[in-house]
Design a protein around this ligand. Structure first.
Ligand code: PRE
Length: 360
């Protein structure tokens, strides 16, 4: 699968003057709830009305969705409000039912994207469809697996494709429910700049207070749209209560978000940007130069250790360096997370250099 302009035809054809918006409840609970939310979202920027009817849950015993019954409710949403509809599909039977019931857009959840067998089953079930199909990132931060899933659909003749970035699972507790790892979304765009990419701040944050901030970051990073879970009574939602917003709040978020343009043609802007980018080029060159110098010193330490048969890894010394660098970084406005990541990478390269010498 190659990047082509044709990948974004379905989105371009919508001729939107704002990001694509998908909103609606995490789960369809009752017909009344589904219709009430839909009516409240009818006259807004929302392009597709979402409602999960088959819900993959971490543990058994939780509400797992109303099932096929909800498809009739989505049909009613379309009849009564004119809004297009979408839902998650996770196997061939779901795909068949969703298509039969004229759901307009289907998405594949993170727990399905991880499984090539499931992705192939879904691709075969949807083969040749002109429905829009969006693929959420797998739960683990694996870009190749994400793209591989999309490619299975493409190969099955599904051409109206896109991706949803919903963040990644971690063992450690963070302020996010699923950490965004924005770097993966950036790499995604580098590989497929024309494949529509939607952000799902609801699953990234797990917390309605953080949804605006993550949505703005997504727009600042050129995302094409947002999927935001919306409920008339979020606190009493049957699933994911903490991350849903009310329709009124959603409208406010859409109003407050700043939509950035790709670039600006004004001469003064271009010239200032060129000057600053020239400075960045110089500093980047210095960084590489310094890294090269640091690794030469590491090589010398490696040679010394080889003579005396001393281990490469020296945890005490390394932890001292890390502690000092975090403190120094803080004074220069660098986050602890960044300093840790950077120095862990430097340490690994230093170890690789010394390993070459000690084994040589
Ligand atoms: O100080 C050492 O012993 C080194 O080998 C250097 C260095 C480093 O790159 O700073 C590399 C490996 C050790 O684990 C600790 C530190």
């Amino acid at each position: 699968m190659k990047n082509t302009k044709a990948l974004r035809t379905w989105l371009d054809d919508m001729k939107l003057n704002h990001p694509l918006v998908i909103a609606g409840p995490c789960s369809a609970e009752t017909e009344e709830q589904v219709l009430k939310i839909a009516h409240e979202l009818k006259d807004s920027d929302v392009n597709y009305y979402r409602a999960g009817i088959w819900k993959p849950r971490t543990r058994p015993g939780n509400f797992e969705g109303v099932g096929a019954l909800g498809l009739g409710w989505l049909k009613k949403v379309k009849e009564e409000t004119g809004m297009k509809t979408c839902t998650e599909v996770a196997n061939a039977a779901h795909c068949k039912l969703a298509i039969e019931n004229d759901v307009d857009l289907l998405w594949i959840g993170a727990r399905s994207t991880v499984s090539p067998f499931i992705m192939q089953e879904i691709a075969d079930a949807l083969a040749g469809t002109d429905k829009i199909v969006l693929v959420k990132n797998p739960v683990n931060p694996d870009l190749a697996l994400w793209l591989g899933g999309i490619e299975r659909l493409y190969t099955a003749g599904i051409k109206n494709l896109g991706a949803i970035h919903r963040g990644f699972s971690t063992y450690e507790k963070t302020k996010y429910r699923n950490i965004p790892e924005w770097q993966i979304a950036i790499e995604f765009q580098n590989k497929f700049p024309d494949l529509p990419l939607i952000n799902d701040p609801s699953h990234i944050t797990g917390n309605r207070e953080m949804i605006f901030d993550v949505s703005q970051t997504a727009l600042d990073l050129n995302f094409d749209g947002l999927m935001i879970e919306t409920h008339v009574d979020p606190d009493n939602a049957w699933s994911d209560a903490a991350q849903q917003v009310t329709p009124t709040k959603l409208k406010q978020i859409m109003e407050d978000l700043k939509i950035r343009k790709e670039t600006d043609t004004e001469a003064a802007y271009k010239s200032s940007l060129d000057t600053l980018r020239a400075q960045i080029n110089v500093v980047d060159g210095q960084l590489i130069d310094l890294m090269g110098k640091r690794m030469k010193v590491a090589d010398e330490i490696g040679a010394l250790k080889k003579q005396k048969n001393v281990a490469v890894l020296q945890s005490k010394r390394w932890n001292e360096i890390l502690g000092n660098m975090i403190l120094e970084g803080e004074q220069k406005g660098l986050s602890e997370e960044f300093v840790l990541r950077m120095f862990k990478a430097i340490h690994q390269e230093s170890i690789n250099h010394q390993e070459k010498i000690i084994k040589g």
